[in-house]
Design a protein around this ligand. Structure first.
Ligand code: NAG
Ligand code: NAG
Ligand code: NAG
Ligand code: NAG
Length: 595
């Protein structure tokens, strides 16, 4: 038994390293097969979490779409439990994922933005998931799990130097990482335009000037040592001109090279990355991870780059759907999910594996590539209050343990994954901080009918946008909006002028008294309740305001991760292979791999 445990932890260690010595590898393999029957801990289920980027709840067959074909996702729901009120903690990637990994509202870990920029914009910034946040992956490691993240991270890389990797998945509970430390966005695909960042151009410009000025302060020191003042001035002028050009050129032309990269653990292996090969590479990595860990408890977080714009698809899926490129993309996602499920089945792991499918937030309705459909729900990505921004698919499947075909309409959160997994793994939840998620198993297994979420707080950046109240002994789901985004043009269903809605200043309308809806009667939030139409109107406002006060008392001041100084591009933090700034490399063989 002792030997087996040693074998296990050596194996864990090996996740970090590539297979350096054949001897060690064989030794280990041999070791493992001997231990198999003893070491296999059937009480610890495997976890396969699958998250799609920007997928709308209305894009999927089992959530009501009758023209996009998603047979594999639908089957997962038929074989398991489908949640119909599954809520992302934030309407944008970075804060939603921060909350997902930590089980806490994003404001608690410093991801409550005060202004326009609500996501990490540069891989070379210093903001990211703080090292003292404890992810569920980290707690699973403590329970003997081998943990892997394949795909998108978007929670930062470095703090102070190019290689400290303080925010990297390897330092946040994942033994193995292959994928995008950043995200997939328009600049990753040449010729695609920059429309996602259009609203940020002014901000980007200011940022570049700041960088330029920062660099400029370095110049006179160097120059004065070499040249006299007159010549120095001329040089300075030339430098200024160059800088003027560079600050414009750099963010837009080199952005792709700098941000669109693939890392294997802490090594940059593809820069810039090839979009077309990405789906296949991610699937292969995910499959190999499961294969090499099939005999010990594992966690795999498969975090797809789909269906974020620019839309990219493997050749096989072009023109397959009835909804253009976007539909093709969703159908490719479905096939990827099917492939993952098949891998688990092929290895005979179905009954000891909890599989989960979700999206990080609602579909992006303003995108000119026509991406994302949020069904009957109002609004979409970047709208923290309207349901379309935060209500996402949520499917759990675990044959033999969870009932098949159950549908649950109670409010649940992506933050619930944290306590659910940690408990199933036999771990301890952190006692020194507030957690906002609840264990989902009682609900999923049908041991209780009520969600533990009486209140949910819906943030947009640092601003509390809306609150959901599910009163005890009632089916009502009241939602109270303190402000709503100003759609542009007025009357449109989204913020087409800025491409995404913003949640501060002149971009929003405050409501006093707040708007109240009952989602159980009006899921599309179309007609606000009044004291005349809803007898509990006053009670709802009172109770919610009290809950907000109580919630606010649990918040602590924390370093903002999305401040200018943290999101600013810092050349010395830029992950880069080859020669900076023209970083370039490609990993074009598959012989390399870990255990
Ligand atoms: C299905 O999805 C497509 C693409 O997002 C959308 O245009 C269509 O309206 C959806 N259909 C239904 C019934 O929701
Ligand atoms: C992490 O450290 C920061 C800065 O010291 C502190 O504000 C924050 O509360 C800490 N977070 C946790 C979860 O301990
Ligand atoms: C493989 O990568 C090397 C170096 O990274 C490069 O020189 C070579 O052209 C690549 N080959 C292919 C087929 O992409
Ligand atoms: C394959 O990749 C590995 C690791 O990146 C590298 O060491 C090796 O030289 C590559 N082989 C070929 C044939 O390119």
């Amino acid at each position: 038994m002792f030997l087996c445990l040693t074998g296990g932890s050596t194996a864990l260690l090996m996740e970090h390293l590539s297979l350096r010595s054949l001897f060690l590898g064989l030794f280990l393999l041999n070791f493992q097969s001997q231990c198999l029957t003893v070491a296999k801990d059937v009480t610890k289920p495997n976890f396969v979490l699958m998250m799609v980027d920007d997928l709308g709840i209305g894009d999927i067959g089992c959530y009501g779409n009758d023209t996009i074909r998603t047979p594999h996702i639908d089957r997962l729901a038929l074989d398991g439990v489908k949640l119909t009120q599954h809520i992302a903690a934030a309407p944008l990637c970075t804060p939603s994922r921060a909350a997902f990994h930590t089980g806490r509202y994003a404001v608690r870990s410093g991801f409550g933005s005060t202004g326009r920029v609500q996501v990490i914009l540069f891989l070379g910034g210093s903001g990211g998931l703080p090292p003292n946040e404890t992810t569920f992956a980290k707690l699973l490691q403590k329970q003997g799990y081998t943990t892997g993240l394949v795909g998108k991270w978007h929670l930062g890389v470095n703090c102070n130097s190019r290689n400290d990797h303080c925010h990297h998945p390897n330092h946040h509970g994942f033994h193995y990482f292959y994928g995008l430390p950043f995200t997939f966005f328009n600049d990753c695909k040449p010729g695609e335009g920059k429309d996602v960042l259009v609203d940020l151009q002014v901000a980007l410009w200011q940022m570049s000037v700041l960088v330029g000025l920062g660099l400029l302060t370095l110049v006179p020191v160097r120059v004065s040592g070499l040249l006299r003042v007159g010549t120095g001035l001329l040089v300075l002028l030339a430098v200024l001109c160059t800088l003027g050009f560079t600050v414009w050129f750099v963010p837009f032309e080199l952005l792709q090279r700098w941000n669109c990269i693939i890392m294997r653990n802490q090594q940059v292996v593809e820069q810039p990355m090839e979009a077309e090969e990405l789906p296949e590479k991610l699937m292969k990595e995910a499959e190999q991870f499961v294969e090499r860990n099939q005999n010990r408890p594992f966690l795999l977080f498969l975090s797809l780059a789909h269906v974020h714009t620019p839309l990219f698809i493997s050749r096989d899926f072009v023109g397959k759907s009835r909804h253009g490129l976007y539909g093709d993309n969703v159908e490719e996602v479905d096939s990827m999910i099917g492939r993952m499920v098949k891998t688990i089945e092929r290895l005979g792991l179905s009954e000891q594996t909890l599989m989960y499918f979700t999206s990080d937030h609602g579909g992006h309705i303003e995108d000119n590539q026509r991406g994302g459909w949020n069904g009957i729900y109002r609004g979409g990505k970047a709208m923290g209050g309207w349901e379309g921004g935060i209500r996402v698919p949520g499917i759990f499947s675990w044959p033999g343990r969870l009932p098949a075909g159950r549908v649950i309409g109670e409010p649940t959160s992506l933050m619930d994954i944290y306590p659910t997994l940690v408990k199933l793994a036999g771990g301890q939840l952190p006692q020194d901080r507030v957690l906002d998620g609840h264990d989902l198993m009682p609900l999923l297994e049908g041991k209780t009918r009520r969600s533990e979420h009486e209140f949910m707080f819906h943030y947009c950046g640092i601003n509390l946008n809306a609150v959901r109240w599910h009163p005890a002994n009632s089916d009502s789901i009241f939602k109270v909006h303190f402000f709503t985004p100003n759609f542009s043009p007025p009357g449109a269903g989204g913020c087409y002028h800025t491409k995404v809605c913003l949640c501060h200043g002149e971009f929003i309308t405050h409501h006093d008294p707040p708007l109240v809806f009952d989602l159980s009667q009006d899921p599309s939030e179309s007609v606000p309740l009044t004291p005349d139409t809803e007898s509990r109107h006053a009670e709802v406002l009172q109770r919610v305001l009290r809950a907000v006060e109580e919630h606010r008392r649990t918040l602590r001041p924390v370093e903002p991760q999305l401040s200018w100084s943290n999101i600013l591009w810092k050349p010395w933090l830029q992950p880069c292979c080859g020669t900076f700034p023209f970083c370039s490399c490609s990993e074009n063989n598959t012989s390399i791999n870990t255990l």
